[in-house]
Design a protein around this ligand. Sequence first.
Ligand code: HEC
Length: 125
Amino acid sequence: MTKSRIVSVLAAAAALLVAMSASADPKKSAELVAKGKASYETNCAACHGEKGLGDGEAGAALDPKPRNIVKEGFKQGLKPAQIHAMLKKGIDGSTMVSFEHLSDDELWALSYYVLELRAGGKSKK
Ligand code: HEC
């Protein structure tokens, strides 16, 4: 193989790795959960409440009511990727709007924090 051929093969491999890592769930980390907590307090707590119990001030008059994230089921599923997809799309016919304007990283952070709230903050990682 010529040197330029090797370089182009390496470049293709690197591009593939980048593409793969963008589509996979990022690994859960303390940083990601902390980022999710901060974002949750800004974007979600008004409706879902500080602890996720569905008792935020802005949520009281809504129909349907904001979900109790800790105790109630999720129609779109409980896997991080399913929560991520739900946040990106929103839920039709409700005030659970799309949060597509947030970065992908922030949506993953929120997804992990939602699961953390469900676990009652018991899991440390
Ligand atoms: C304006 C109020 C409001 C805000 C802000 C809001 N939600 Fe919701 N959320 C709702 C309502 C209402 C529902 C229930 C929708 C339904 O039952 O159809 C809901 C449902 C959900 C569900 C259940 C999804 C499912 O699959 O059933 C999750 C999880 C959730 N919200 C997380 C979040 C997160 C995370 C944020 C912040 C990024 C957020 N919500 C911001 C009102 C809100």
